[in-house]
Design a protein around this ligand. Sequence first.
Ligand SMILES: [Zn+2]
Length: 279
Amino acid sequence: MPWFSRSKDNISPDSQKKEIPDGLWEKCPGCGEIIYKTQLESNLWTCLKCDHHFRIGSEEYINILLDKGSFKEMHRKMRSPDPLKFIDTKKYKDRLSNTVKALGLYEAVRVGTGKINGIDIAFGCMDFQFIGGSMGSVVGEKIARVTDKAFKSKIPLVIISESGGARMMEGAFSLMQMAKTSSKLARLADAGIPYISVVTDPTTGGTTASYAMLGDINIAEPNALIGFAGPRVIKQTIGKDLPEGFQKSEFLLEKGFIDLICPRKNLKETICNLIELMT
Ligand SMILES: [Zn+2]
């Protein structure tokens, strides 16, 4: 028999803990604010308090940038043949299949055509969720093909990058994609067809060293990490402290590596204006 007992009548319904279903709220990594997901979505996945740009995928960028229902995806189900039969903690082949199943995406980039305020464009957008947005043979091939599409149809090309760099599991095959995509873009430039590159958080390694930095105009989202090697590796190599804001959009703009920083809410209008200016 307990010494103290509490009558249930004394507890008002309000004092009872309310159950919040999982996945309705998101914590801002910038300021710690807890934001209702619907509200975050209507604000294009940017924090209402500190303007932190949340990392989003191809589906969200297609909705934000392209006219509704205009995106026609190309080479959707192209898959890597696993040329090295690579195994780390698990088989690369299994890693790929599991990722495809979990995300409903077939690779780390989606390409196709669409319209931006009525203007036809060739469009590619990466997904960081897919093995760190790494650039393997399929990513390179798809980028090359969408560049060909822009070349043949004489329409501007827009690519959104978010990538950890080359895909280790495909070794040298990944590295070859840098030359392939760069040469396709050079042909597009020779034909005088505009290419706008949008770099988002994070864009590093082989992606930065090829198509992400080869735009006629390179646009970055605010406060995005953009670089080749990561800051920690560079710091260890040179044995010196790195300057404040190193490898962030604002730092790169100041040093002339990118042409402009554009908040997500202005991205569609900015790309559209630039295309009109260049064509
Ligand atoms: Zn915030």
